[in-house]
Ligand binder design. Sequence first.
Ligand SMILES: [Zn+2]
Length: 63
Amino acid sequence: MPLHLIFRKLRAVGPVTIGTGLERQGKRAFIAACGADDCGWSSDYDTYPAAEIAARGHRCRVR
Ligand SMILES: [Zn+2]
């Protein structure tokens, strides 16, 4: 996870948390990360809608 310095939780979609943070270049990125213990899925996006769509489309293999 490269976004360890500034991370702000925006909302949760099921087990997936959507947050925003600044990358090293100062560019804003949106992260969708699954909170299920054995899943570990996460990905980052340039826009919030992209992250939310990914969160809604995540089919958690744990649940
Ligand atoms: Zn998951």
